[in-house]
Design a protein around this ligand. Structure first.
Ligand code: FRU
Length: 490
């Protein structure tokens, strides 16, 4: 099918029964549907939106284009969960209806105030010349799920000095006011964040650009998120256009954080350290955080990237979200670890200790497509040691320690159906400690690896054959010790 503008800019209401059935049939034949990740019923998912705890449950929306695996008319799709493990699909929540949102409901955030859930989003409109117009908008939801959309934007357009790339509002409460950050682009085509203030969540004043140490750091900053954590200020954002630097910034676009002092609101100033890339893997973008009712800072990201073709595109669906992760800060470094609640999924524990000398050992009991595994590795005298995952006749995904280089390596060169190869098939990152723990979450078409309690995280999509389920341990040129525990996920 040819994706003309007419085909891309339709709302879900215009989908015929035949179109839906065709998509559902195609998705049902896919080898790569996930078992425990949030994924679209069909069509394309991208950013997580409006992640929030409201009235005894988490709400987590996502960017959704219903008609196929391309970017077009975006809607917000709604999911909800009481436990961060079992998510209920609740269908389309916000769709384009008003003239200023004629080309999509773009990303945004949720904020609970006076018993209501305030959902802030960007309305995207194209005019006859296909020029973009972006405004920030609000829809208010009550505890019955009823939504009332404000019929005019709360921020009509970008301030002078900035382009129409003005989107992704994230709101929080400060000492005396509510604040909002919005991703933006200066007229000199560099990215930044704009800061707004309000005392009622409906009328917003522009405070200015959030001054950071970087004035030329990519051409656009998408999906900003600001929060304060244990006397630190943290700004997450997804800068576009950073050139690769050694092992860093290898993907088409990046996501990361500045950690610093709490914002100096009076002066719009953020005193912060160096940019920290949030993920060392291949497929991670536009993360969003929220606060749990017991005060944890949780993060979910899009397990995908813009402008990359994925193997499921031809099946009429694409992408998923990451598992929810809990954030913490140690020595000014942001750590991510899987939320505790996921332990509820642990079934059929298998435990093995292995001492491997210049060989490869297959552990049949560990074979599978969907599991959690914790592997402690002592590299000992070996030059490199690690795991081969999703092993089949011709397929394998390597996760290992290169002792000489002191790096953890994820190699998907032979993982299965290839994609995004122009960005390379190997990712690696230096590790700090000698003893390494790999905490692995494997699903049918993805892997998430948390190294040493989340000091490094690798997130990647993998598209192997169904039969490629093997798990092997190896050590090269010497001896290595492994202790491994695994739980299969249903
Ligand atoms: C990030 C992004 C956002 C935008 C949305 C549109 O992936 O480009 O900046 O709001 O996706 O789907």
């Amino acid at each position: 099918m040819e994706w003309t503008n007419e085909a891309r800019y339709r709302t879900c209401d215009s989908m015929t029964v035949e179109e839906r059935k065709k998509l559902e049939l195609s998705v049902s034949r896919s080898l790569w549907r996930q078992r425990y990740h949030i994924q679209p019923p069909y069509g394309l998912l991208n950013d997580p939106n409006g992640f929030v705890w409201y009235k005894d449950r988490y709400y987590l929306f996502y960017q959704w284009f219903p008609f196929g695996a391309v970017h077009g008319m975006k809607h917000w799709y709604q999911t909800a969960s009481a436990d961060l493990v079992n998510w209920e699909n609740k269908g389309v929540a916000v769709k384009p209806e008003l003239p200023f949102e004629s080309h999509g409901i773009y990303s945004g955030s949720g904020f609970v105030h006076n018993e209501f859930l305030y959902l802030f989003y960007t309305a995207n409109k194209r005019d006859e010349e296909w020029n973009r117009h972006a405004s920030q908008c609000l829809i208010i939801m009550d505890d019955k799920g009823k939504m009332i959309k404000q019929d005019t934007p709360i921020i009509k357009k970008q301030p002078k000095g900035y382009t129409e790339h003005f989107r992704d509002p994230k709101v929080w409460k400060g000492k005396n006011s509510f604040y909002m950050v919005v991703g933006a682009q200066r007229e000199d085509l560099t990215g930044c964040v704009l800061l707004y203030e309000s005392d009622n969540l409906k009328n917003w004043n522009w405070l200015g650009e959030l001054k950071t140490k970087e004035v030329d750091f990519g051409f656009m900053w998408e999906c900003p998120d600001y929060f304060e954590w244990q006397n630190h200020g943290v700004l997450l954002f997804s800068p576009q256009g950073l050139p690769p630097e050694g092992d860093y910034f290898q993907n088409i676009y990046q996501s990361g954080a500045y950690i610093g002092k709490p914002l100096d609101i009076e002066n719009n100033y953020f005193e912060h350290g160096a940019f920290q890339e949030l993920d060392a893997g291949f497929d991670f973008y536009a993360p969003q955080t929220t606060l749990s009712p017991d005060g944890k800072r949780l993060l979910v990201g899009w397990m995908g990237l813009p402008e990359i073709e994925y193997p499921t595109d031809k099946e009429g669906w694409a992408h998923c979200l990451t598992i929810p992760r809990e954030l913490s800060i140690k020595d000014n470094i942001l750590y991510q670890k899987p939320v505790r609640e996921l332990q509820e999924k642990r079934k059929n524990k298998v435990k093995r200790a292995l001492n491997i000398c210049e060989s490869i050992e297959n552990v049949e009991e560990f074979s599978g497509q969907s599991y959690e595994m914790i592997v402690d590795i002592e590299v000992g005298s070996a030059k490199s040691a690690g795991l081969k995952l999703r092993v089949g006749e011709e397929e394998e995904t390597l996760l290992y320690l290169n002792k000489l280089a002191q790096k953890v390596v994820l190699d998907r060169t032979k993982a299965g159906e290839s994609f995004a190869q122009e960005y390379g098939t190997i990712r690696q990152k230096a590790y700090l400690k000698e003893k390494i723990r790999l905490h692995i979450f494997m699903d049918v078409s993805s892997v998430e690896v948390f190294v040493n309690d989340g000091e490094i995280v690798f997130t990647a999509r993998l598209f192997p054959q169904e039969e490629s389920c093997g798990v092997q341990f190896f050590a090269e040129e010497g001896i290595a010790n492994f202790e491994a525990v695994q739980w299969k996920y249903e």
